[in-house]
Design a protein around this ligand. Structure first.
Ligand code: PLP
Length: 389
C-alpha cells in the first residue's frame, strides 16, 4: 500500500473534475475567442466555469481571471498590480509581504521593480501584526500576505491584516495567496476583504497548470505576457478549456464537500502528529499553537536530514515532503522555518505530511509505523558513523 501524504504538493483529480474535462479532451473542442458555433460553444463553457468559480469565491464573474497556475496568479497579482499603477501614471510605490510567503510571491515581489518590505512572523509562523503595522504607510501600493502557509499550514489573520492596511496604507490593494487555503476554508468570508485572491486547481482536485486570480472591482492588474485580448486583456493566450472546466468542477465539489470533511481530516492529522510527537524523542510540531489548516502537519526531529528521511519513507511506501516541493531536492533550510526562528540544524530535518479528504486511517497508521522507524534508523546510523554523536 502507498500512503500518499503529500497532498499539499499535489492531489489526485476529483471524479467531478475528470468528468467535466473528458468531453473537451475528446469529442468537443473549440477556441473560445472565435465567432463560429464551435468557438461559441467553447466560450459558453468557459463563461459558465467562470460563473461557477465566482460563485464559490463570492466575487463577480468579471473578477475571475483564468491563469496557468498558482505561480502565475501570484505573479499577476503582485507584479501586475504594480505595473497597472505605473501604466496609470501613478507612483508604483512599495510592496509589503511576509517572510513566509511562497517563492511565487517573494520572487515576484523582488522582480516588481519597487522596494519590498517583509513583515516578520512569530515563532508559530503568524505575521507579527505590530511589525506589519510599522511597514504600512501611504507609499505602499500592494500588500501580499498568504491565507494558509504551504509548509506549516498556519492560517494568517487576514481580516485584521486588511483592517490594518485600510487604515494605514489607503492606496494599497491586498493580495492573498489562498492556494493552500481553498480546500479547507470558505473564501467567501475568509478572503472577503482581499482585493486579489490566488488559487491553484491542482491543490484541490483540479488539473495541474490551471489557476485563478480573482481581482475584485478596482483592483487593476496589468498582464504579464503580451498577446491577444483574452481575460479582459489580463491574461492573453488561448484558453485551456478542458483545464478550466476541470478547475471549476473541482472548485464546486470542494465547496460543497468542505464543511463535511474538515473535522475528520483535522482529527486524522492530529492523530498522526500526536502519535509522532509521542513516539519520537525530540520531535516538535511546527506552528503548534497557531490556527492551521487541517491538511498539514510539519515536524522537525533535530538530528536527521529531511532528504535521507524522505528516501527511507519512500522505500517504506510513504510519500511525504521536506517542506515546499520546490525546496526539496535542494539541501537548503526552508525560509519559512528560518523566519519562524527554527535553528538551521533543526529546520534541515523538517518533514511535511499533508492530507486530503480522501486520506484513510490505514495511511495514517502506515506513517505512524514508518516515520519513527526511519528516524530511529537514521539516528542509529549517525551514532555508528565515525565521528558520529
Ligand atoms: N502558492 C502556494 C502557497 C503554494 O503552495 C503553491 C504550490 O506549491 C503555489 C503558490 C504555486 O502554485 P502552482 O503549483 O499552481 O504554480
Amino acid at each position: 500500500m502507498l500512503a500518499y501524504l503529500d497532498h499539499a504538493a499535489t492531489t489526485p483529480v476529483l471524479p467531478e473534475a475528470a468528468e467535466a474535462m473528458i468531453p473537451w479532451l475528446t469529442a468537443q473542442f473549440g477556441n473560445p475567442s472565435g465567432s463560429h458555433s464551435v468557438a461559441r460553444a467553447a466560450r459558453a463553457a468557459v463563461e459558465e466555469a467562470r460563473e461557477r468559480v465566482a460563485g464559490v469565491l463570492g466575487v463577480e464573474p468579471g473578477a475571475v481571471v483564468f491563469t496557468g497556475g498558482g505561480t502565475e496568479s501570484d505573479n499577476l497579482a503582485v507584479r501586475g498590480a504594480v505595473e497597472a499603477r505605473r501604466r496609470a501614471g501613478l507612483p508604483p510605490g512599495v510592496v509589503v509581504t511576509s517572510a513566509v510567503e511562497h517563492h511565487a510571491v517573494l520572487h515576484a515581489a523582488a522582480r516588481a521593480g519597487v522596494p519590498v518590505r517583509e513583515a516578520p512572523v512569530t515563532a508559530d509562523g503568524v505575521v507579527d501584526l505590530d511589525a506589519l503595522a510599522g511597514l504600512l504607510d501611504a507609499d505602499v501600493t500592494v500588500v501580499s500576505i498568504m491565507l494558509a502557509n504551504n509548509e506549516v499550514g498556519t492560517v494568517q489573520p487576514l481580516d485584521e491584516i486588511v483592517e490594518l492596511v485600510r487604515r494605514r496604507a489607503p492606496a494599497a490593494v491586498v493580495h492573498t495567496d489562498a492556494v493552500q487555503a481553498f480546500r479547507w476554508i470558505d473564501l467567501r468570508s475568509a478572503a472577503a476583504g482581499a482585493d486579489l485572491v490566488s488559487l491553484s486547481a491542482h491543490k484541490f482536485g483540479g488539473p495541474q497548470g490551471v489557476g485563478v486570480l480573482a481581482a475584485r472591482e478596482g483592483a487593476a492588474v496589468h498582464r504579464m505576457v503580451e498577446g491577444g485580448g483574452q481575460e479582459r486583456e489580463r491574461r492573453p493566450g488561448t484558453h485551456n478549456v478542458a483545464g478550466i472546466l476541470g478547475a471549476a468542477a473541482a472548485a464546486v465539489a470542494t465547496d460543497a464537500g468542505r464543511a463535511g470533511y474538515v473535522g475528520d481530516v483535522a482529527a486524522r492529522r492530529d492523530r498522526l502528529a500526536g502519535g509522532l510527537l509521542a513516539g519520537i524523542a525530540g520531535a516538535s510540531l511546527m506552528g503548534a499553537s497557531a490556527p492551521r489548516v487541517p491538511g498539514i502537519a510539519q515536524l522537525c526531529f533535530g538530528d536527521v536530514e529531511s532528504e535521507a528521511l524522505l528516501v527511507l519513507l519512500d522505500d517504506a511506501g510513504v510519500a511525504a515532503s521536506a517542506g515546499s516541493a520546490c525546496a526539496s531536492g535542494a539541501i537548503e533550510a526552508s525560509h519559512v522555518l528560518l523566519a519562524m526562528g527554527v535553528p538551521e540544524r533543526q529546520a534541515l530535518g523538517a518533514l511535511r505530511l499533508s492530507l486530503a479528504p480522501s486520506t484513510t486511517d490505514a495511511e495514517i497508521d502506515a506513517a505512524l509505523d514508518a516515520v519513527p522507524r526511519a528516524v530511529g534508523q537514521l539516528r542509529a546510523a549517525t551514532v555508528a558513523a565515525p565521528g558520529g554523536r
